[in-house]
Design a protein around this ligand. Structure first.
Ligand SMILES: NC(=O)c1ccc(NCc2cccc(O)c2)nc1
Length: 245
């Protein structure tokens, strides 16, 4: 996947490309990252990229021309790319959207600063707006990194053992089962016996059941959307009876 980020702070992305799974994905040619510095496309001696809002009000707005110039450079490299603006008004990012973005061959992500970007740029160049949550950041860069990270790990070959993306939290719509590793006894707390039993059918059942229970306890909203199978419903009723006893 080719990903090009339009930003006023390209240097923010170097550490991101240089660490962990992302670094391995870049080295392995699974991700081809690029940044375009919006300021390089600003005219004049001071290379101004923002200005006061028409109609008054506080804060500054990013000017359309430098953004358009940066976009032209990005599109020059990636003519068929999907262009996404990171903004609080955007479509809420989730694992499902990460899955669909992972299918896109080329992505251009636009990181706004200040109060936002001139609407004429959005109308002319932006295919979609994405938000990583209902909060405002000083810039779209951290949102862009979060999205690139979530998408990159879904690209085949990036995670290595393929199935770990499949058994993610939110896969099959439940949160993840509890994880344990050595030592077998920590601070007088043992590991559930079933996990040491080597009985893989029992272990799978225990994992499915604890994922369901943890979803009920931590994220019941996920169940509303997903629904439950007859077997899961029977389990939930059994647990409720045990709780009510
Ligand atoms: N929730 C988010 O994903 C998110 C994204 C960006 C951001 N700040 C930059 C910005 C602010 C306003 C408009 C705009 O186009 C860009 N803040 C939060």
């Amino acid at each position: 996947m080719k990903v090009c980020v339009l930003t006023l702070f390209p240097e923010l992305f170097q550490p991101f490309w240089d660490h962990g799974i992302i670094r391995r994905a870049v080295q392995g040619g699974k991700i081809h990252p690029a940044t375009v510095n919006i300021r390089d496309h600003a005219e004049g001696r001071h290379r101004v990229t923002d200005d006061r809002p028409y109609g008054g009000g506080c804060g500054m707005v990013m000017k359309p021309e430098p953004l358009a110039g940066a976009m032209a450079e990005a599109k020059g490299r990636m003519p068929t790319a999907t262009t996404l603006l990171l903004s609080p008004q955007g479509r809420r990012f989730d694992q499902q959207l990460a899955e669909s973005l992972a299918q896109a061959g080329e992505l251009i992500l636009v990181c706004g600063r200040y109060e936002g970007v001139d609407e004429r740029f959005v109308d002319r160049f932006v295919d979609g707006e994405i938000s990583i949550g209902d909060f405002v950041l000083t810039g779209g860069e951290l949102a862009a990194m979060a999205i690139i990270d979530a998408v990159a790990r879904l690209i085949p070959g990036v995670l290595g053992n393929e199935d770990s993306a499949g058994s993610d939290t939110f896969s099959d719509g439940l949160v993840e089962y509890a994880h344990y590793t050595r030592p077998p006894n920590y601070d007088d707390e043992a590991v559930p016996d079933v996990l040491l039993s080597g009985n893989h059918a029992e272990i799978e059942r225990w994992r499915r059941e604890t994922a369901l229970m943890r979803t009920v306890l931590k994220r019941p909203d996920l169940l509303e959307r997903r629904g439950v199978s007859p077997e899961e419903r029977a389990l939930l009723i059994k647990w409720r009876r045990e709780l009510d006893r």
